[in-house]
Design a protein. Structure first.
Lengths: 264, 104
């Protein structure tokens, strides 16, 4: 950009950048949206009413993040948040496989909450200095929310891991089931690297050590081992969705698709 | 028989009850907000945050095990509270303001 006037090529590259920013916002927003849907499933199914409310609130926090991120992506793509949430197929979603995993038992919920919150805390903390003001602003709000999610997940991890023999067995099994899906959170690719160079995005691979460090410390307090199960392939960020995503979307989208534009 | 045993078992397994006190933004003291179930103090505080401070109601939360609250009995209402009403000098309305204190 040393010339005095912008050439058509420059304009195109700027436009491509905005497209990449939108794609990045979709990745973050879809993670939050699908996580929110799964937390919502816990209402009436947690061990006690109080925990229904706790997980429901966590879902609402994620939903708030999803709305902000999808609105932002939509402002670039010329679509509304509802169009992005309700009228894309599973192949068009950009969420990781971890958030789409079936609900499982309460130990699965605790494992997922702890691991995903540790990742999101590192992610949003790093995005506070994003050069994209909207992303930095969303991160500033979200970082406080996910810090609480991690606190809640930590409390339960310690109680189940260091509770009864039964709770320890179930917590260990839940972590083993979850672990193959954790590596995908820290995958990076060309699109992300391009935005890292612009200062918009954070390099996901740099989040691994601090996030796994947090998780390791929590598991140590709970008397649990870090699982060592090999990773699954992933691909949620590039249109190879989890096999569970389609079923989740069917429930998430049915009302909007059957009654487009419905309000109450 | 089996039903009452089941109920007892359920009650035994149920998380203990906690009373929640929230200090409002513009208040000086904690006010009783309600109660909740939780397995221990730390989770009780987290649940209290979710149930009673969702709309920014407070700046501080106390939780107290309900079993640690000792309450007066409704049967003692008369002996505890009624005498206050016929001791008129305990109420500020008993006293007249002096002429020399116009702003009282």
């Amino acid at each position: 950009m040393t010339g005095t006037a912008a050439s058509p090529t420059d304009t195109a590259s700027v436009a491509a950048d905005r497209g990449a920013v939108a794609e990045y916002a979709l990745r973050l927003g879809d993670d939050a949206l699908i996580a929110a849907q799964r937390w919502g499933e816990w209402i009436s199914r947690a061990p006690e009413l109080e925990e229904d409310v706790a997980l429901g609130n966590i879902g609402l926090d994620e939903l708030g993040q999803a709305r902000s991120l999808l609105s932002f992506a939509g402002s670039i793509l010329g679509r509304t948040e509802d169009e992005l949430a309700y009228f894309r197929s599973d192949l068009e979603f950009r969420c990781c496989h971890l958030v789409a995993l079936p609900r499982g038992d309460f130990a699965d919920a605790v494992a997922r909450l702890t691991v995903f919150a540790a990742y999101q805390l590192e992610l949003y903390s790093a995005l506070l200095s994003s050069t994209e003001p909207t992303i930095a602003a969303i991160a500033a709000k979200a970082v406080k929310e996910v810090r609480y999610h991690l606190e809640h997940g930590t409390s339960w991890t310690v109680r189940l891991g260091d509770g009864t023999p039964e709770s320890k067995i179930r917590m260990t099994a839940a972590l083993d089931r979850l672990w193959p899906y954790v590596a995908e959170l820290f995958d990076t690719d060309d699109l992300e690297q391009q935005l890292v160079a612009d200062g918009v995005a954070v390099d996901s691979s740099t989040l691994r050590d601090p996030a796994v460090g947090r998780i390791t410390a929590i598991l140590a307090e709970a008397g649990l081992e870090l699982p060592s199960a090999p990773r699954v392939r992933g691909g949620g960020r590039v249109g190879r969705p989890s096999e569970h995503l389609g079923y989740l979307l069917a429930e998430l989208q049915v009302l909007a698709r059957q009654h487009p534009g419905a309000t109450w | 028989m089996s039903e009452s045993a089941g109920t007892a078992n359920r009650l035994e397994r149920e998380w203990p009850l906690w009373e929640v006190f929230v200090r409002p933004n513009r208040g000086l003291s904690h006010v009783h907000a309600g109660s909740l179930h939780a397995p221990d103090t730390e989770i009780a505080l987290q649940n209290a945050r979710d149930l009673y401070t969702r709309r920014g109601e407070g700046v501080s939360i106390w939780v107290v095990a309900s079993t640690d609250i000792h309450a007066s009995s409704p049967d003692e209402k008369d002996s505890l509270f009624t005498p206050a009403n016929d001791k008129v000098y305990r109420h500020p309305t008993f006293y007249t303001a002096s002429d020399g204190v116009p702003h009282l």
